[in-house]
Design a protein around this ligand. Structure first.
Ligand SMILES: CC(C)(COP(=O)(O)OP(=O)(O)OC[C@H]1O[C@@H](n2cnc3c(N)ncnc32)[C@H](O)[C@@H]1OP(=O)(O)O)[C@@H](O)C(=O)NCCC(=O)NCCS
Length: 195
């Protein structure tokens, strides 16, 4: 097992024998956890009201991955997309630091991309800091390619890269997603998660 069994502050440890993962659309009930994870991963990307608007919008998907390691299930990561015309704009992707590098970011991303396909969207885009190696590597694995750069875009002076992924409606895209899904689930299972 990887990070399972870590101390989980503010939660009561669950009696579930094998920790399980649950992927589901987030609701307002998860707002405090979303905001806490946003603060932890980004400082403060969006306010609580910003997330509330996302949760209310029919053009947004806000997806979370929860663990049964504690009661109530607690939020390990989440991701958001906006559907704009025929484009998916991936706005947020975050995984709790102690649970990274297990496949959860990939699980969230592939589920958001699957939803983009189900919505009939043709392509996906996002913005990432040029220095964010973890996120860039993850997006590259899914076929995102650099299409532009905004110099010194972030307050710390880092450049922003604009990435695009096309062909979401193509059959081979779905095939790739299915392959990746199998790999991610196998990895999570090896690490001790039931999914
Ligand atoms: C980016 C982020 C969501 C990835 O989450 P994760 O759960 O660790 O991602 P995964 O375990 O699915 O990793 C998939 C791939 O991403 C890449 N990756 C992830 N972490 C990495 C790291 N620290 N260094 C290099 N590559 C990394 C690897 O290619 C990895 O595949 P591998 O483990 O088979 O080598 C997570 O690091 C995070 O929350 N970062 C802070 C918030 C953020 O920057 N979000 C993106 C904003 S654009």
């Amino acid at each position: 097992m990887y990070n399972l069994g870590l101390p989980i502050p503010k939660f009561v440890r669950s009696t579930h024998p094998v920790p399980s993962l649950h992927l589901k659309p987030l609701t307002v009930a998860a707002l405090p956890d979303i905001v806490e994870l946003d603060r932890l991963c980004f400082g403060q990307l969006w306010t609580e009201d910003g997330y509330r608007r996302e949760l209310d919008s029919p053009n947004s998907d806000v997806l979370g991955v929860f663990s049964s390691e504690a009661e109530p299930f607690f939020l390990l990561g989440f991701g958001c997309l906006w559907a704009i015309l025929d484009e998916a704009h991936l706005t947020v992707l975050a995984v709790r630091p102690e649970y990274r590098r297990q496949g959860l970011g990939g699980l969230l991303l592939q589920t958001l991309l699957r939803s983009s396909r189900d919505r009939g969207l043709e392509r996906a885009t996002l913005e990432v800091s040029a220095t964010n190696r973890a996120a860039r590597s993850l997006y590259e694995q899914f076929g995102f390619r650099e299409a532009g750069r905004r110099r010194a875009y972030y307050p710390n002076g880092d450049d922003a890269l604009i990435l695009w992924l096309s062909g979401i409606q193509k059959n081979d895209f779905l095939q790739n997603l299915d392959d990746r899904d199998r790999q991610i689930r196998a990895r999570l299972s090896t690490l001790g998660w039931q999914i």
